[in-house]
Write a protein that binds this ligand. Structure first.
Ligand SMILES: [Zn+2]
Length: 216
């Protein structure tokens, strides 16, 4: 390879690295926030992730304060790594993960409120996913779990009571469960007010563990 070509390739790589990690335009509306997550998932599914905002410059840039554009309430399931599947980096999204992505607790609702009120996120996305163990456990009629796991499953079960004993309806239960969480979040007057003003969007989404695709 001649030297000039070698230098040119080097320059292209430097520019690419810079472009990927520089601060792209931050979504400033709910629609832009959703479009950004959607575009990130598209890259991820097509194995074209750019892994933005992952270098030490970004670490330094975000050290004094954070301003994520979206909050995602996802499941703790190891197959649903939220930043990766939306191809986002440090400081981009505020992620709350619990087994089963249920928001019916002060800890989770407090976390969502913090993201809305203090960090100014434009979008709250409740992300259910295929083969969710939390929802599977909640609708199964097997031996009851006890202790903390039993408590968690009871909370989820309350929201999917129509599906208990219907394991064939797991996917419908997962969708319904995410929808109930959205309704629970938007029932708060301060959230409803922001939605009415066009400052916030609260939406459910579904992650397919077989394809990596998010549908809204
Ligand atoms: Zn799950």
């Amino acid at each position: 390879m001649n030297k000039r070509l070698f230098d040119l390739i080097g320059l292209v790589l430097v520019v690419m690295a810079f472009t990927i990690n520089m601060s792209a335009a931050v979504p400033s509306t709910p629609e832009e926030a959703l479009a950004e997550l959607s575009a990130g998932n598209e890259r991820y599914v097509n194995e074209k992730s750019i892994h933005p905002h992952t270098n030490m410059d970004r670490v330094a840039e975000t050290a004094p304060h954070q301003a994520p554009f979206a909050a995602v309430v996802g499941c703790s399931d190891s197959r649903v790594p939220v930043e990766l599947l939306f191809d986002q980096g440090i400081g981009d999204i505020f992620v709350i993960r619990t087994a089963g992505n249920n928001v019916n607790s002060e800890m989770v609702m407090g976390s969502i409120d913090y993201a809305i009120e203090h960090l100014g996120v434009k979008l709250v996305l409740v992300l259910g996913h295929g083969s969710c163990g939390g929802v599977t456990g909640a609708i199964s009629e097997g031996e009851d779990e006890h202790g903390n796991i039993g408590h968690l499953l009871d909370i989820i079960r309350n929201d999917v009571s129509d599906y208990v004993g219907k394991p064939d309806c797991l996917n419908a239960a997962i969708h319904h469960h995410a929808e109930v969480q959205v309704e629970r979040i938007i029932a708060y007057p301060h959230v409803a007010e922001k939605i009415a003003n066009g400052e916030l969007l609260v939406k459910k989404a579904y992650y397919d563990v077989k394809t990596g695709k998010v549908t809204y």
